[in-house]
Design a protein around this ligand. Structure first.
Ligand SMILES: [Zn+2]
Length: 303
């Protein structure tokens, strides 16, 4: 049997145990509840973060899309720019071509088309034709039997160069006759007819006719011939012209055995350096070349 004191002690112990258990239980419950809350909060945080992450991914994807769209637009803009540059270049090229064509046309319009024209017994230069501008040939180059001789001003520097070139080679080349007007030519023909009768038609009057009226044809001689045409073909001066005249733009209009006219070794015509050089190189006669081919040299006639 327990005594009264023990009984109280047991009772107090029980109460204390119960209290402790209660407290423990209470604490556990509190802890549990706190853990649940924390877990809940963690869950909430996680889903919140997941959501934020998803949103962020979505935003990045959207930005990526926008970026590649911008890149495409940039590429297209660059392509447009290149197209525009090409268009400008093409336009500039076209502009230059047009300007050059206009310049050429302008230049061509200032070069008399008669200067490369072929004349024949049936096609003469108009009797009213007068060269644009004539220049008087320095007397030192004119044959002693003649005085005033004129040449087309634009072509004169080429003739002067030829005469100086001949002088350097000790060739006494002189101008016997250069520009002749229609009337002078008619007069001359009259004189020839008087002197030579109908035979005059075969050498001077008809052939040289138009070319002398142009102001770009010249009959050469040497002092020793004393103003006569005959015999020039046998001179050293003639040989020199055959070898060198083309360098100064002159050609022999009526060479030996040509199919068109009687041989005139003294009669030379200025046709420009390009054409004279090409004819010399190819061994062709001016009167054998189609007129349209000659016309292509007109632009460079005085170059
Ligand atoms: Zn002549």
């Amino acid at each position: 049997m327990l005594n009264g004191r023990t009984h109280w002690s047991v009772l107090v112990l029980c109460v204390l145990l119960a209290g402790g258990a209660g407290f423990f239980f209470y604490q556990t419950t509190q802890l549990k509840s706190s853990l649940v809350t924390t877990a809940q909060e963690a869950d909430d945080t996680e889903s919140h973060l997941t959501q934020r992450l998803a949103e962020a991914v979505e935003t990045i994807q959207k930005r990526d899309g926008q970026l590649s769209e911008l890149e495409n637009e940039l590429e297209e803009t660059k392509e447009d720019l290149r197209d525009a540059e090409r268009t400008i270049e093409e336009f500039e090229e076209e502009y230059r071509t047009t300007i050059n064509a206009v310049k050429d046309l302008n230049k061509l319009s200032q070069i008399d088309e008669e200067l490369l024209q072929q004349y024949s017994r049936v096609y003469f230069l108009n009797e009213n034709y007068i060269p644009e501008r004539l220049t008087q040939i320095d007397e030192k180059w004119v044959d002693a039997t003649k005085s005033d001789e004129y040449f087309l001003a634009q072509a004169w520097p080429f003739l002067e160069d030829l005469l100086e070139d001949a002088e350097r080679d000790d060739i006494d080349l002189r101008v016997l006759s250069a520009y002749r007007s229609f009337d002078e030519q008619a007069q001359l023909k009259g004189q020839y007819l008087q002197t030579y009768g109908e035979g005059a038609n075969t050498f001077s009057a008809d052939q040289g006719y138009s070319e002398h009226q142009l102001g770009t044809a010249v009959d050469f001689t040497i002092p020793a011939l004393a103003g006569q045409l005959a015999g020039f073909g046998d001179t050293e001066a003639y040989q020199w012209l055959l070898d060198n005249a083309y360098k100064h733009g002159f050609i022999l209009s009526y060479p030996k055995d040509n199919a068109f006219y009687v041989y005139e070794p003294w009669h030379w015509r200025f046709v420009g350096e390009d054409l004279a050089r090409d004819l010399n190189r190819d061994g062709r006669n001016f009167y054998e070349v189609p007129q349209r081919e000659l016309n292509e040299y007109r632009l460079e006639l005085f170059d």
